[in-house]
Design a protein around this ligand. Structure first.
Ligand SMILES: [Zn+2]
Length: 269
């Protein structure tokens, strides 16, 4: 799989000649974790290649092909500008490799919150409805097909994520002296989070399936964007002040983040 395959409109040639540094989109939300994409890539210098290319091989290895006459730094900036594409393809590859999972699940584990919710099938007739009980129990009544079940559980997950992630952002911000605008939660396949110029933080509910430290890091990362709308050295220094292990946690999120998310969470409604 190479970058030219999915960016057919722009064309590999056009993409290679642009070789943009940070794309000029400071006004809109952005994300991809550049540090992790860079650290995962293998750089290959090629005499025959005519343009910079990013490839993902069958084993999920990211390769950056650098043609003669192009500096590694320029090639790297191209890779960084395509971080979204790389993350998306790595995720798809991992999803394809996962075994079939039981559905509906008997429990939903949310490691980031250190919660394990049991799913109790109470039966009955009528459409599916869910009640979240105090004792980490999801009581489901009624009956429905797979799609209805999925929607039910996805809706619950959005509400659990909205409550818990808003509280987590507030806590991390308070501890490290950040101010922000708002927090919203989405179910996304490519991004873990983003921060707008107005300090509106958007978080992927799939963060609930990550380790607590990984969630903490991602929150520090987005909150640091309220002070630095870029991935400059100053930005990363601010992240490091809040989370000294940020490199390892960023790499862990890229490497194993998607594989921790149950299939039903990302299935389309
Ligand atoms: Zn960022």
């Amino acid at each position: 799989m190479s970058i030219a395959d999915s960016h057919a409109d722009a064309g590999a040639g056009a993409a290679a000649t642009q070789l943009a540094l940070w794309p000029g989109r400071a006004d809109e939300a952005f994300e991809p974790p550049p540090a992790a994409v860079l650290s995962a890539a293998v750089v290959r210098h090629s005499r025959r290649a005519r343009r910079v290319a990013v490839r993902i091989d069958a084993g999920g290895r990211v390769e950056l092909v650098v043609p003669r006459g192009v500096s590694e730094a320029r090639a790297m900036s191209f890779l960084v500008s395509r971080a979204d594409w790389v993350a998306q393809h790595l995720q798809r590859r991992r999803a394809a490799a996962l075994p079939e999972q039981a559905f509906p699940p008997t429990q939903v584990e949310l490691p980031a919150l250190q919660e394990r919710w049991r799913v109790f099938l109470a039966g009955g007739t009528g459409r599916l409805r869910l009640r979240q009980r105090e004792d980490l129990l999801l009581e489901v009544r009624g009956s429905g097909d797979r799609a209805q079940w999925r929607r039910l559980l996805q809706r619950w997950l959005v509400s659990r994520a909205s409550e818990s992630l808003a509280a987590a952002v507030s806590e991390v911000a308070g501890r490290h002296g950040f101010s922000y605008g708002s927090v919203s939660v989405r179910r996304q396949r490519t991004r873990w989070g983003s921060c707008s110029t107005r300090g509106a933080i958007s978080l992927n509910l799939c963060l609930l399936f990550q380790a607590p430290a990984v969630l903490r890091y991602l929150l520090c990362h987005e909150l640091a964007h309220t002070e630095h709308m870029n991935h400059s050295a100053r930005f990363w220094r601010r992240v490091e002040q809040c989370e000294p292990q940020y490199r390892a946690l960023d790499a862990e999120l890229l490497r194993t983040g998607w594989s921790r998310v149950p299939q039903w969470v990302l299935e389309r409604a």
